[in-house]
Design a protein around this ligand. Structure first.
Ligand SMILES: *Cc1c(COP(=O)(O)O)cnc(C)c1O
Length: 373
């Protein structure tokens, strides 16, 4: 059997192991240490957000952002429906209720018109949404100009879930620096990885100090262990931070490679009636995953193609199943217009790793050529 081609595997360059060796030699094998601090500095310099907390996951970062905004039981939080559960599970951790909004056609992200309609409707029903979680799906920036304007008009803070969008730009600014809070993920399948990890960044120094406090069991300043608040064990380890430092050195190269994968797929498959997420002018996507959308007139389905690729040991995946279709979120308020349902129904994510080789890409495209009917 030929070597398996994965959807988005980790891509190490050799720099990571050098940094990890430094950690072992200095014995900073803990959730504190010089590499952790250095990684936070590198992330701040990258995003332009002056304060960053490196954490155990992107999900933990969203959880802390909600806690710092004082969101809790009885509150509502708006979130894009078309996303991964890590975006909205933290809403439930704090006892709040998610309100899901459908996508716009172009970017597949939260539709600003529907967002404003939803805010007005929630208000008319006696609720005042306490935060908006905006997602840049598959790395494609959401329409932040409109979303930020709406958020300002209704005075609702924005948590920018840029878990998939490290390296993407919106009107010249980095994804992850466009909200009140920004979130990155360094999970194994993301654009860079620390094996597992995430970050929370902001322009508000107090918020990030609070995030680090809550992430280390909320220890009050005292020689004994004293706690006036419930804390969490959410800090990134110094070992993981060292991997992250090595990975950040090749971020630009990784984005270039993912974009090249996308253009290759697009050039070959567009003439076959397949469509892709479009990049509006002013936006630059890291093209974390290339996802193709089949035309309803085509005989093949995403599942028939997925199985065909699988039989050649090539991994592909359906698009994220929208949150309003998830059993765990049934009954939550939702504002729909059919976009995410259709994308989920007709879409397939293709192997998109930054270490994908030319021959592998040719092999995938040859199979797709046979499978597309
Ligand atoms: C991966 C991901 C997360 C969660 O990040 P983890 O580091 O895996 O907890 C959140 N939102 C989106 C959109 C993601 O893709």
């Amino acid at each position: 059997m030929a070597k398996r081609i994965y959807l988005s595997p980790p891509h190490m360059t050799g720099e990571e192991i050098k940094k990890v060796k430094e950690v072992f030699e200095s014995n900073w094998i803990s959730p504190a240490g010089p590499h952790l601090e250095e990684f936070e500095k590198v992330l701040s310099a990258w995003s332009g957000m002056p304060y960053t907390a490196a954490l155990s996951s992107g999900t933990a970062a969203i959880h802390l952002a909600l806690l710092i905004l004082g969101i809790g039981k009885g509150d509502e939080v708006i979130c894009s429906s078309f996303t991964f559960a890590g975006s909205c599970n933290p809403i439930r951790y704090v006892g709040a209720t998610p309100v899901f909004i459908d996508s716009e056609e172009i970017t597949w992200n939260i539709d600003p018109n529907l967002l404003e309609k939803a805010i007005l409707d929630r208000r008319a029903k006696g609720h005042n949404p306490k935060a908006i979680i905006v997602v840049h799906l598959y790395g494609m920036p959401a329409n932040m100009e409109r979303i930020s304007q709406i958020a300002a008009d209704y005075e609702i803070p924005v948590i920018e879930d840029a878990a998939e969008a490290l390296g993407s730009l919106y009107k010249g600014k980095k994804a992850g620096s466009l909200g009140d809070f920004g979130v990155y993920s360094f999970n194994g399948n993301k654009i860079i990885t620390t094996s597992g990890g995430g970050s929370l960044q902001s322009r508000n120094e107090k918020w990030i100090q609070k995030a680090k406090f809550l992430a280390t069991q909320a220890r009050d300043v005292a020689p004994h262990y004293q706690h006036s608040e419930v804390g969490y064990n959410y800090r990134l380890s110094n070992v993981s931070a060292a991997i992250g430092l090595g990975q950040m050195m090749s971020l630009n190269e990784k984005v270039k490679q993912r974009r090249a994968n996308f253009h290759h797929y697009e050039n070959v498959l567009s003439p076959r009636g397949v469509t892709f997420q479009t990049e509006p002018s002013g936006s630059f996507s890291n093209r974390w995953l290339t996802c193709m959308i089949l035309d309803p007139k085509q005989k093949s389905t995403p599942e028939s193609i997925r199985l065909g690729l699988e039989s050649n040991n090539i991994e592909s995946r359906p698009l994220w199943k929208p949150m309003h279709l998830q059993p765990v979120y049934s009954g939550c308020p939702v504002y729909l217009q059919g976009v995410s349902d259709r994308l989920f129904d007709r879409g397939l994510c293709l192997p998109s790793g930054s270490a994908l080789e030319e021959e592998e890409l040719e092999k995938i495209l040859a199979q797709l050529g046979k499978l597309l009917e």
